[in-house]
Design a binder for this molecule. Sequence first.
Ligand SMILES: C[S@@+](CC[C@H](N)C(=O)[O-])C[C@H]1O[C@@H](n2cnc3c(N)ncnc32)[C@H](O)[C@@H]1O
Length: 245
Amino acid sequence: MKKGVRKIYQEVAPTYELINHVLTLGMDILWRKRAAWIAAKIRAGEKYASPTSRPFRILDVCSGTGEMARDLAVRMDRKKALKAEIYAADGSPSMIHRAKNKEHLRSVRFTLADAGNLPFPDSTFDLITISFSTRNLNPNPQAMLSYLREFFRILKPEGTFLNLETSQPPLPVIKTLYHLYIRLIVKPAGYLISGSRAGYNYLSYTMPRFYDAPEFSALCRKAGFSFIQHSLLFLGAAAIHTARK
Ligand SMILES: C[S@@+](CC[C@H](N)C(=O)[O-])C[C@H]1O[C@@H](n2cnc3c(N)ncnc32)[C@H](O)[C@@H]1O
């Protein structure tokens, strides 16, 4: 993880969740829950068959303060058939520290690790999730590809990669309004609440430059994934991709 990015997350960790909820009017909470619901469907084998005789392992990469890992744990705790071992990895000690104190996360195994060099053998996980972090792994398409290949490496054959990330609305007028919102609201409000100018400059720089949904699908395909699907959230402001090894 780059030093600058680690410093940003150290600065924004205390207010990180609050700002997300304010800036998305709470929609980030619903989007993670939707991603966890898709994960549970995958676990239940409704979409893809998975043998039940071995533990179903999930890794939440760039888990941050653990909101996605918590939603996964809550979902998987609901029914015996959804039982899973959940792991979470992040490169920021400050963010992991916040996650570890949360209810529902006691059974989650945390690792401090860079997403590009995850300390797991090949073919370890049935499912890898990542939420609102892929942008951080994208200084350029080549770097993004190498992270995606790392996720591919540690997924079991037939395992699924699930990506929840901001995207680009397909309708030009909505896209223009969305970019204006990022520039005029996200950047100053993020700074005002967190006190971190660098943090919200970074966010407002990376959001408009990230891929649209078909472009991200193409990158996943290039990294080796197949059966790639996506659904758009809030007119394409965000998207959930699933892709199979
Ligand atoms: C925007 S937060 C998202 C956190 C969480 N997934 C969520 O849904 O709120 C991005 C997280 O990615 C982590 N991160 C960024 N680059 C990373 C890298 N190269 N390796 C590991 N973690 C990284 C940061 O520490 C931060 O916790």
